[in-house]
Design a protein around this ligand. Structure first.
Ligand SMILES: *[C@@H]1O[C@H](CO)[C@@H](O)[C@H](O)[C@H]1NC(C)=O
Ligand SMILES: *[C@@H]1O[C@H](CO)[C@@H](O)[C@H](O)[C@H]1NC(C)=O
Ligand SMILES: *[C@@H]1O[C@H](CO)[C@@H](O)[C@H](O)[C@H]1NC(C)=O
Length: 975
């Protein structure tokens, strides 16, 4: 069959997404500008147009080998397209029910990159010893779960993998037959006679050619197989085509979340419909995107290939352990189902299917794979003040002084790149920073810290010892030939990049952060134990590189090309840096490292922020959904720059932005070098006072944040919890991403992200009372879901406490969080509609690792009626560790734990100074510590929690009950 073919590759290059002010769309590829993405999408559209489309991949049934005693099997896979090419399949079920599906080319011309998972995982997962595979004629199956509810079916011809729950398909791989692993080939062998070469110019565009035998599947032309040019950079593609296309279908889930990082909604919009903003797939290719758009599928600084699929019945998730450039189309064939199509440039197929069935189960399953977020130092949850740049040691001192003069709490001052002489990181510019260690000691006087930027690009000059040593060690990234040091352009001019994939770099990097001299090896003597680190530009950003990054044909340790490892690359620097910070002091202190680039597993190394956002309302709003998306993919210590990196926000916007920041896990103000100074004390009243109140509110709530981070550390549950996580059955909340809960505290916040707002509506998903945190006004939700109107004038934050919660605060204004260590606590008891409430508090020394030896206080507070018909309430404090065997999972070992541990003793005298009880059934007759004297209290009547009506809640304030925060007690409120 002969058919005319028109070459359209050159034309495709002309297509580009619409430019807006700032964002340079011409710097970044669209799918149509990336050969393998074009091929992947073309494959999908051929499949769609062909009613008899069938996957060419099948399992060779004679090759199935089931391991004895473990839930794993391997098998050979063949493709009818290329009968001589062999693939190997490996399917395993872990002891927690997670299914891992791997497929690789066997005995190919080359080895595909297969190490992505090994960087992400904390350990090789344990396989189930209970589950066994049944090999049938048409498939291999396994049934498991406490009620045998789960089933994995691997169909042989064509190859198709599905996970079922109660007989319903949850996740299907290759259900749409888009699986394609392009095998390695040589340029000569790849093109049957008569087929055209790629790269013909337009004059040759009308050639009539022979159709390739596999054209129905692979297309008629070799589109972008062997070389590709973009923006003046040529990718030599020495390995030729090696892309991987995989469809993952969720036939019973209408919402998908995750795959950060994109500036978009939490509930991911369809990319194959009419919306011109979402005409490209979501892309995962870590990129330094200047002035990124506030709504776009374009890739940003980090990539976590984790997707949750959700319905009112269940949640499932997948982790696709691939590190190369990956594009993901999302569409919903019906309201209740989702198709996704993953197109990656290189790597093996390595997909983890997490069966859920609840969001919390998914968090645990994912945490078991890639670890939980590190428990941060307590001070890291305070307010961070940054600017590009504080220009001198005296500038830093005077900024600190002004914060103090204005009674504005702050814990950390940051230095951007200008502290470093010629952007040689570590090396102080002694003209402007003549006395860095003295400056840091001044900052440390109030328990504050400094964070200083260290980027991965090294100025290529022999008078820079860090570059010199890295070059001598041979641990720099190589250019395409594999022998020469790669040279690119970045802040420091001509630069080289440390190859952290090279084990030879690891000890050396850890040694750099010691503040004592290391013989002839350089180390950072101009630093202190309170100097922490910001790793920026680690995508890596290369100003003159393709798509502002490294050429894909650069070579890393082990001979892998940059294209294979790009999305992991950014994770290694913060890993090694956090290890270095732990290693520099004895006893070690918890590290703090902020990273811009990240991958699955990065949560183990520190915090991230959403990069160079703009000072616009849209960016303020999308920052919230981005932080939520990061959180559900594990990277929960996240925030966006308060104020917006670019621009000069007017006072109203700045106030709102601080409100957003104060309710982000990571709370940092930052600004571009061209912006006007905007430290909070610079504003006029009434704005300045509003900012002071917001900062103080954050500090008041630090016990709540720290407890939420502890939960994240133990269970992998994100610090910010979107609605679908808290109310997984409530359809009306599945697309909500502008209000969220903080840990399990019961605090529900909806930061205002629009101009001129005086009130806002908050969605309540349940028939429960919610109290306004500030006014104690009681709202009543409904089991059908209900919107209530909450005051939100500029000085007000819509913040509600869910009935049934007890939250712990510290309400004495201080200048920094370490000064609060011995401050007394306030308990807010928000009774639910039946007069019950519960809460927890986690405390430790906040900076060392002695919590791992059981030096902690972990309390549970419960308020309940003394008898069913009674209105009398008893509030008790009890030790939570002994009630919580799960606590042994991470950190706290129960065998070592002693409720009277050294830390608990050190806070024995720290007391509860106030208790606020909302929703009591009536005026109390007596309030006393069990067996003790009558306490001083004050009651304001209002609507009781049990009342169906909305209105001011009854409030009882108990003054100074004097009970210790670290001990058991109970308080009886007799009504
Ligand atoms: C449709 O798919 C089948 C494989 O199932 C293939 O043989 C046929 O060539 C395809 N048709 C077209 C027009 O591509
Ligand atoms: C290095 O750090 C240690 C521990 O913080 C400190 O005691 C010492 O003074 C520092 N040395 C220098 C040279 O600053
Ligand atoms: C990164 O951290 C993990 C611990 O989470 C460690 O096992 C691994 O070796 C580290 N990677 C590198 C490159 O050092």
């Amino acid at each position: 069959m002969v058919r005319p073919v028109i070459f359209s590759g050159a034309l495709l290059l002309l297509l580009s997404i619409p430019t807006s002010l700032g964002f340079k769309s011409q710097d970044f590829k669209t799918c149509a500008q990336a050969g393998f993405c074009r091929r992947g999408r073309a494959l999908a559209s051929r499949a769609q147009d062909n009613a008899s489309w069938k996957s060419p991949y099948s399992v060779d049934s004679s090759s199935i080998s089931v391991s004895s005693g473990e839930a794993s099997f391997t098998a050979g896979v063949k493709s009818s397209l290329y009968p001589d090419v062999k693939f190997g399949l490996d399917v395993r079920i872990h002891d927690d029910g997670v299914v891992r599906v791997r497929m690789d080319e066997v005995d190919g011309l080359r080895k595909r990159y297969d190490e992505a998972a090994s960087w992400a995982l904390i350990a090789e997962p344990k396989l189930s010893r209970e589950i066994s595979w049944t090999v049938g004629k048409k498939d291999v199956r396994a049934v498991y779960g406490t009620k045998k509810e789960n089933e994995v079916v691997v169909s042989l011809e064509p190859l198709r993998v599905s996970l079922l729950r109660n007989g319903k398909e949850q996740v299907v791989l290759n259900g749409r037959s888009l699986l394609h692993m392009e095998h390695y080939r040589t340029k000569e062998s790849s093109r049957p006679e008569g087929t055209p070469e790629e790269g013909l110019d337009e004059d040759d565009a009308q050639v009539v050619v022979q159709v390739k035998p596999n054209a129905w599947f692979e297309g008629e032309v070799e589109d972008g197989y062997w070389e590709e040019t973009f923006g003046g950079n040529t990718d030599t593609k020495p390995k030729g085509p090696e892309s991987l296309s995989l469809d993952i279908t969720f036939p019973n889930h209408g919402h998908v979340y995750g795959i950060p990082q994109h500036a978009t909604h939490l509930d991911l919009p369809t990319t194959t419909g009419e919306d011109p903003t979402y005409s490209d797939p979501y892309r995962l290719w870590n990129s330094d995107v200047f002035e990124y758009l506030a709504s776009s599928p374009v890739s940003l600084y980090g990539s976590i290939p984790v997707m949750h699929a959700h319905s009112a019945e269940s949640t499932v998730a997948i982790f696709n352990a691939v590190a190369s450039d990956t594009w993901i189309d999302v569409d919903h064939p019906t309201l209740k189902s989702t198709n996704t199509h993953w197109i990656s440039e290189s790597g093996i197929l390595d997909v983890f299917i997490m069966p859920g069935p609840t969001p919390d189960d998914i968090f645990k399953q994912y945490a078991k794979l890639t670890g939980t977020s590190a428990l941060p130092a307590h001070w890291a949850l305070g307010h961070h003040q940054c600017r590009w740049n504080y220009i001198s040691t005296d500038d830093v001192r005077s900024v600190q002084q002004r914060f103090d003069e204005h009674d504005m709490p702050v814990d950390v001052f940051w230095l951007d790149i200008e502290y470093a002489e010629e952007h040689k990181y570590f090396i102080w510019d002694k003209k402007m920073f003549p006395d860095p260690v003295d400056m840091m000691h001044d900052v440390e006087a109030l328990g504050r810290k400094m964070v200083v930027i260290i980027d991965p690009h090294l100025k290529r000059t022999d008078n820079y010892p860090v570059y010199k040593e890295a070059s001598d060690l041979g641990v720099l990234v190589k250019s395409k030939s594999g022998d020469a040091e790669y040279e690119g352009w970045c802040w420091s001019g001509s630069s080289a990049w440390i190859d952290f994939f090279n084990p030879g770099a690891w000890d050396w990097w850890r040694g750099l952060f010691k503040n004592t001299s290391q013989g002839d090896k350089w180390s950072w003597v101009d630093s202190t134990e309170s100097t922490y680190i910001w790793n920026d530009m680690n995508e890596p950003s290369v100003f003159n590189g393709p798509e502002i990054s490294m050429p894909r044909d650069n070579v890393h340790y082990g001979g892998w090309e940059h294209r294979d490892v790009h999305n992991i690359n950014g994770m290694l620097l913060p890993n090694l840096t956090s290890q270095a910070l732990v290693a520099r002091s004895d006893p070690p202190k918890r590290p703090f490292v902020l990273t811009r680039s990240f991958y699955a597993g990065s949560q183990r190394f520190g915090a991230m922020w959403t990069g160079d956002n703009l000072g616009t309302w849209d960016h303020m709003a999308v920052g919230i959904s981005m932080v939520l998306a990061n959180g559900i993919a594990g990277m929960t210590f996240a925030g966006s720059d308060v104020g917006g990196f670019f621009g000069n926000p007017e006072p109203e916007m700045l106030v709102r932005w601080y409100q957003v920041g104060a309710f982000n896990p990571f709370f940092r103000a930052h600004a571009h070098i061209d912006t006007k100074r905007r430290e909070p004390y610079l504003l006029d009243e009434p704005y300045r006072g509003m900012l002071r109140d917001i900062l103080r509110l954050r500090y008041t709530m630090l016990p709540i944040w720290y407890t939420a981070f502890h939960d994240a550390n133990i269970y992998g549950i994100p610090v910010l919890r979107p609605h679908y996580v808290v109310f997984p059955k409530d359809e009306a909340g599945f697309s909500l991403d502008d209000q969220y809960f903080i840990g399990d505290s019961g605090l529900l916040v909806k930061p205002v992200v629009h101009k001129d707002v005086t009130e806002t509506d908050v969605y309540l998903a349940e028939d429960q009372v919610y109290y306004n945190y500030f006014s104690h006004y009681a709202y009543r939700g409904s089991s059908k879901g209900k919107h209530v109107t909450v005051p939100a004038a500029l000085h007000e934050i819509p913040l509600l406490i869910r009935g049934g919660s007890i939250v712990t605060t510290r309400e004495r204004p201080r200048r920094s969080s370490p000064l609060m260590q011995r401050d007394p606590f306030t308990l807010r008891v928000a009774l639910d509609k039946v007069g019950y409430a519960k809460g927890q508090l986690y405390l430790d020394d906040g900076e060392t690792f002695s919590h791992l030896e059981g030096n902690i206080v972990w309390r549970q507070f419960v308020a309940e009626k003394t008898a069913k018909k009674s209105k009398t309430i008893r509030i008790t404090s009890s030790d939570l560790v002994s009630q919580n065997p799960d606590a042994a999972v991470e950190g706290v070992s129960l065998t070592k734990y002693d409720p009277l541990n050294a830390f608990a003793k050190s806070v024995e005298s720290v007391r509860v100074e106030k208790m606020v009880v909302m929703g009591l059934g009536g005026k109390p007759k007596s309030v006393r510590v069990d067996g003790g004297e009558e306490l001083v209290s004050e009651f304001t009547p209002g609507v009781a929690a049990e009342g169906k009506k909305e209105g001011a809640a009854s409030v009882l304030i108990v003054k100074d009950p004097g009970v210790s925060i670290a001990k058991d007690w109970s308080i009886v409120i007799e009504v």
